[in-house]
Design a protein around this ligand. Structure first.
Ligand SMILES: *Cc1c(COP(=O)(O)O)cnc(C)c1O
Length: 410
């Protein structure tokens, strides 16, 4: 028997009420008949700062916001059990078709795609080798990856996680000379292509000539949408991309696309199996399915219309800030990586007494808070992008920028 008090206590435990009464009614229906507690707002509770993101898809700023279709998928998936391998199988098949690759898997970001892809190249399906990573000596595994000097950035750490070392080269001739029986892979960083001396096509041809797999990092390189299949079509054996940048999938998801055997080997180096290098790079069923829906949605959206919308937003901000005496602007589109319209705003310091860092701080501390990209050292400018804005936020950004710039006018 329940006392009145304990009954009231139990009733207030609202989420359990459905099953407690043995009712098949959904919670919402029951909830409507009972006094409901105010909806919890964790963001407010923790005093977290939220902001208008006019900076871009930066990991530190949580990169992108997931569309409703993606969240609906995540929520629906969270209510059922499935076999993780089956989710990866089915989703991988669909993704491969969409991106013109033999196979594909959802990974814990582009970084994880590179670690698992590299691991798969080294181990193949050999369980003993899988257990030995990241130790390569006396295992029979190869141990070197060739990288162009201009591509040798911090991102190579994703592949060196597996124990391989980077062999840096500049010309095709040097690359030919560097290739030996220990060469495991040729790695290419797409955004560094213009600075490198060897082209994509030459890189792929080099790999094919020596039967060495090639991998490309295209993490932030959609738009254009065609990049999703361009490098698969070109013949790269493995292509790695972030899911939570412009594609707006889960921020902790990405894609590894490529040859069937290599994807199968990559999967053996990660969850649900343990005793491997990738066990800590788990992607749950919610994110695997959410990533698939985000990819499909991204491919099917009207990219020309979206681009026009971005241009309109940039024009709105541009017009507003240029009204302030002493302000100059320049619109630009980065050729590779975050390839969307952007605006650089600069001003004469004798006309406007404000450093770029001061402006950035004032926008950050304003209401609503706004994040822009700070002026690089030695420059007198800030820059912004509009592809992560919610519709209408460009008006707020324009107003706040004009306010701060004009109030600092001499
Ligand atoms: C963002 C990025 C990564 C890492 O991608 P995640 O999806 O965050 O793991 C790797 N390489 C480049 C060039 C990037 O821009």
């Amino acid at each position: 028997m329940f006392t009145r008090r304990s009954l009231i206590k139990r009733l207030s435990a609202a989420p359990f009420i459905g099953s407690w009464f043995g009712s098949s009614l959904p919670f919402a229906t029951l909830g409507a008949a009972l006094p409901t507690a105010a909806k919890r707002n964790v963001i407010q509770e923790l005093g977290l700062r939220t902001f208008i993101n006019a900076a871009g898809t930066y990991t530190a700023m949580t990169a992108s916001l997931m569309p409703d279709e993606v969240m609906d998928t995540i929520n629906a998936a969270s209510k059922e059990f499935m076999m993780l391998e089956e989710v990866q199988d089915k989703v991988g098949e669909r993704i491969a078709k969409l991106v013109h690759s033999e196979a594909a898997m959802v990974t814990a970001g582009c970084w994880s795609a590179m670690v698992l892809g590299m691991a798969g190249v080294l181990t193949g399906k050999d369980e003993k080798k899988i257990a030995q990573l990241p130790h390569l000596e006396y295992t029979g595994m190869k141990s070197q990856v060739i990288v162009q000097k201009a591509h040798n950035t911090g991102y190579v750490h994703a592949i060196t996680n597996t124990g391989v070392m980077v062999v840096e080269i500049e010309t095709l001739e040097e690359a030919e000379k560097a290739i030996n029986e220990r060469t495991a892979m040729l790695w290419f960083l797409n955004y560094a292509a213009p600075q490198g001396k060897i082209t994509h096509e030459e890189w792929v041809a080099l790999g094919k000539k020596h039967t060495i797999p090639t991998m490309i990092d295209i993490a932030a390189d959609v738009p254009p949408v065609e990049n999703l299949w361009k490098f698969n079509d070109m013949g790269f054996d493995l292509v790695c991309i972030s899911g939570g940048k412009a594609m707006r999938g889960p921020q902790s998801a990405g894609l590894l696309m490529g040859k069937k055997d290599l994807i199968a080997a990559a999967r053996l180096n990660g969850p649900p199996r343990g005793g491997n290098i990738g066990r800590g790079m788990k992607v749950n069923k919610e994110e695997i399915l959410g990533m698939y829906v985000a990819l499909e949605r991204y491919i099917n959206q009207d990219h020309a219309k979206e681009w026009k919308e971005w241009e309109t937003r940039i024009a709105h901000i541009d017009t507003a800030v240029k009204k302030v005496t002493g302000v100059q602007t320049e619109t630009f589109v980065p050729p590779i990586a975050n390839h969307t319209p952007a605006l650089r705003i600069s001003w004469h310091r004798d006309q406007i007494k404000l450093s770029p860092q001061d402006l950035q701080e004032k926008l950050r501390k304003g209401n609503p808070s706004i994040e822009v990209v700070g002026g690089e050292k030695g420059t007198q400018s800030i820059s912004l992008t509009v592809f992560m804005l919610k519709p209408g936020q460009e008006k707020i950004v324009a107003k706040r920028l004009a306010e701060e710039l004009s109030s600092a006018s001499a």
